[in-house]
Design a protein around this ligand. Structure first.
Ligand code: FE2
Length: 251
């Protein structure tokens, strides 16, 4: 099932070394998705459909990189919208019936938006699944892959940076970070912590909490101007997570 994806992606590999980052990310998101859908007890067909969404959610990244030389959407193109176009133009989803194809396209299109667009409950489930599985692996990308690629920042520069008040307020209000409101490099880092306020399933929150990638970089740095602020933000985020996970266990 995944062959057409790998065939397609490998065509871009010789053009740019960064292509392998997205292939690797896709493989890991597929794994998390499988774990999540098994945990939810979805039937075989829906597990397959969710896996298909995971496999193709970032298909737009390769053309984005080729055409614009960047993964930064606001400097190029919305990679999810581009992905939908590529899936519609290609034969990747030909084996699916029309309804399943519609669900995959909707989930891909909505995997990176601030909120999921209007849709029926079943379609919404697949959009929620990919948003969670994707976020889970983005924490790893943030902590382990080339920082400049992922965030356009460097550790040297971030040490002296600050978090904008408005961004800190979003964390304290348990709201995901609005990208357009970010002013500093550290605001971009805080965006990842904001992911926890937009998670749909306790399973993915648990995976991310256990992996601990979300705080790895913050722990490596002594922030010259805003260590107190970072401590507060991490503390509030973890308090929120623990509260959510405890509620799930109790409930
Ligand atoms: Fe994406």
């Amino acid at each position: 099932m995944s062959e057409p994806f790998f065939e397609y992606a490998s065509c871009y590999e010789h053009e740019d070394g960064r292509v392998h980052l997205k292939i690797d990310h896709t493989i890991k998101v597929c794994r998390i998705m499988d774990e999540l859908t098994a945990w939810l007890g979805l039937d075989e067909h829906d597990r397959f459909l969710a896996h298909t969404v995971a496999l193709y959610h970032d298909i737009g990244r390769f053309e984005q990189l080729r055409q614009y030389g960047t993964f930064v959407d606001h400097r190029s193109v919305d990679h999810a919208d581009l992905g939908v176009q590529i899936l519609k133009d290609g034969s990747f989803l030909d084996a699916l019936d029309e309804e399943d194809r519609r669900i995959v396209l909707f989930a891909v299109e909505n995997h990176n938006k601030y909120r999921i667009g209007p849709c029926d409950e079943r379609t919404r489930l697949f959009a929620r699944l990919i948003r969670d599985a994707d976020k889970c692996d983005i924490f790893r990308v943030f902590a382990c892959e080339d920082l400049n690629q992922a965030t356009s920042t460097s550790i040297e520069q971030i040490k002296d940076d600050v978090v904008s008040d408005e961004i800190e307020q979003m964390i304290m209000a348990h709201r995901p970070i609005v990208k357009e409101k970010r002013k500093t490099g550290l605001d971009v880092w805080i965006t990842f912590l904001g992911f926890f306020f937009d998670m749909n399933f306790s399973k993915t929150m648990e995976i991310a909490r256990e992996q601990g990638y979300y705080r790895l970089l913050f722990d490596q740095i002594r922030f010259h101007r805003c260590q107190d602020q970072i401590d507060r933000i991490l503390q509030e985020t973890e308090r929120f997570m623990d509260e959510q996970l405890k509620q799930k266990k109790d409930g």
